[in-house]
Design a protein around this ligand. Sequence first.
Ligand SMILES: [Zn+2]
Length: 225
Amino acid sequence: MATQITEEISCPQCGAAVKTELWPGVDAAQNPDRKARVLNETMFDWSCPECGYTARFLYPFLYHDPERNYMVYLSPNGGGCEEIDLEKEFPQLHGVAKRLVTTPEALKEKILIFDAGLDDRAVELVKLALAGVLDQKHGKKAAAGYFCYADESKNEIGFSFLLEGEDKPVRRHTRMEAYQKSVEIVECAGSVPADGFVPVDGMTAQTILDHYHETRPAEEQERKG
Ligand SMILES: [Zn+2]
């Protein structure tokens, strides 16, 4: 797949045709500067040299880290990854984690999670629990929440949440034990389809949790019996 193409984008403000560099595919090892721009949230910034208009310009974007063995596909309209012939493009796909996201923020979050060597399903479970606590305390649902860091030496895993109706994110952290416990839950009740790009998000976490609570009483009864 081409890693870089140039397209003419017409400025929504002044109508100028602006030659724009697009990156449909980025390899983390080969394009460290692109990775840095995803992480500092400037990857999709677009500006018009004629009138100075700035906007975020999103397009389908495949991020691949061959060393850490994962891929994240950013699909701004939520569609699948049909246009990429995976077998042909990436012959060594066995065991590669493949995730589907719809926003650059979620893409960044996946990179932070996988680069930290964490299981994103377990991270989503911790996030879900913390969002629940925020809801109980403030009576406000989290409109969005993102993993920020995991620090073993401080025994902390940290997130930022955007509560409904508020502009400023709130930061929350909890102990790494919450993550370890979530890993156990995932091992009991969570599985991700091996084929294709799949979303792993709050809904995934809720499904895992429901499945875990459904199966656990049966196991406990068996033990008692
Ligand atoms: Zn313009």
